[in-house]
Design a protein around this ligand. Structure first.
Ligand code: P1T
Length: 381
């Protein structure tokens, strides 16, 4: 797929070559674990489905093209994608990580990888000086989410990539909250992009998946080796579902952004709400950077209730269209409390979240229905 096409065109066509045997326009679900070999150790590019599968190949081509990258690899989950990236490092290596990341990412770093000899410093990556000061001679990777989960902080990818490269380190960006429709970190200098494709890329809350995208062929070869050697690969049906989601990514993201802008404005004007955190509001601390770095503010909003945790729990229980559930980025609206739910694993750490914080994933329903639902829930407080 020619990458000079506009994003909307890429999203529909990337990875979608008619099937060579039948001409099927949509990539079939190659539900097979193995492939007949015409002679010993000779095959047509596929020998075993942990190593490669044609449905996964199509998805990987699409993911690379979406991010404007050379190479992509698909994984069984976002966590599997992040874990595989971390296996590029060796005991004794140091990582500077953002201090506002998905609870599962913190858990992987702190509880799984740190005991294997990796060292982590958690810093506020919106503060360039803090990032620079955290770098050590053995720093191999700077890792950040932007926007972050759940505080929706925006970090300057271009500036941090420059710092990473000055110190011989890579910059890895978890682009899950923005999606490639709104932000392409590789073009801003990042070396590694990861996604939980469970979220906006899949877009329909019916699949769990992950992805890694890179430009460097040597890094890709190592990751490709790890993908096969470790084996956290997605099933063919899951690859098909993510591919189907991708085709409507730009349409969905446009609606998520439009709806979230209206919902954020409504919440900002509501007396029960103390603070609304949304990159599209002028009151957001990195609003100007968000406008520069992203094509839209995204569909995620976090807000702090004036009545603290008790009020937050009432709102989360009382919404009817917003389903009380973890996850985000699907067509349907979701609501959750990060402190006891998605970020429970940071509870006893310096990364702990305000228990009065509510996080919503604004879906593509009619925005007036969404606002009415929040209004009646807030009325219960
Ligand atoms: O759930 P999984 O596909 O393994 O992806 C993990 C992950 C990675 N990165 C970010 C930024 C994420 O938000 C997530 C998963 N997050 C949720 C399930 C959540 O509700 O925040």
């Amino acid at each position: 797929m020619n990458s000079h096409y506009e994003f909307e065109t890429i999203a529909v066509h990337a990875g979608m070559e008619p099937d060579p045997t039948t001409g099927a326009v949509m990539v079939p679900i190659y539900q097979t674990s193995t492939y007949a070999q015409p002679d010993v150790a000779q095959h047509k590019g596929y020998d075993y489905s942990r190593t490669d599968n044609p449905t996964r190949t199509a998805l990987q081509t699409a993911l690379a093209t979406l991010e404007g990258g050379q190479h992509a690899l698909a994984f069984a989950s976002g966590m599997a994608a992040i874990d595989t990236v971390m296996r590029l490092l060796r005991p004794g290596d140091h990582v500077v990580s953002g201090n506002d990341v998905y609870g599962g990412t913190f858990r992987l770093f702190d509880k799984v990888l740190q005991p294997y000899g990796l060292a982590f410093s958690f810093v506020d990556t919106t503060d360039i000086t803090a990032v620079t000061n955290a770098i050590r001679p053995e720093t191999k990777l700077i890792w950040l989410e932007t926007p972050t989960n759940p505080m929706l902080r925006i970090s300057d990818i271009e500036a941090i990539a420059a710092i990473a490269h000055q110190h011989g380190a890579w910059l890895g960006v978890d682009n899950t909250f923005a999606s490639p429709a709104l932000q392409r970190p590789l073009a801003l200098g990042a070396d590694i992009v990861v996604h939980s494709t469970t979220k906006y890329i899949g877009g329909h809350s019916d699949v769990v998946g992950g992805a890694v995208v890179v430009n460097d062929t040597a890094v890709y070869s190592q990751l490709k080796f790890l993908q096969n050697a470790v084996g956290a690969v997605p099933a063919p049906l899951d690859c098909f579902l993510v591919l189907r989601g991708i085709k409507t990514l730009s349409l969905r993201m446009a609606t998520h952004c439009r709806n979230a802008n209206r919902v954020a404005q409504f919440l900002a004007d509501h007396p029960a709400v103390a603070e609304v955190i949304f990159p599209g509001l002028e009151s957001h601390r990195q609003h100007v950077l968000a406008q520069k770095q992203m094509r839209g503010p995204g569909g995620m909003i976090s807000f702090i209730m004036r009545g603290g945790e008790a009020a937050a729990r009432v709102v989360a229980r009382q919404t009817k269209l917003f389903t009380l559930a973890e996850s985000l980025g699907g067509i349907e609206s979701l609501i959750e409390l990060p402190a006891p739910m998605t970020h429970a694993s940071v509870a006893d750490s310096p990364l702990a979240i305000d228990p009065g914080l509510v996080r919503i994933s604004v879906g593509i329903e009619n925005v007036n229905d969404l606002i009415a639902d929040l209004q009646q829930a807030l009325h219960e407080v």
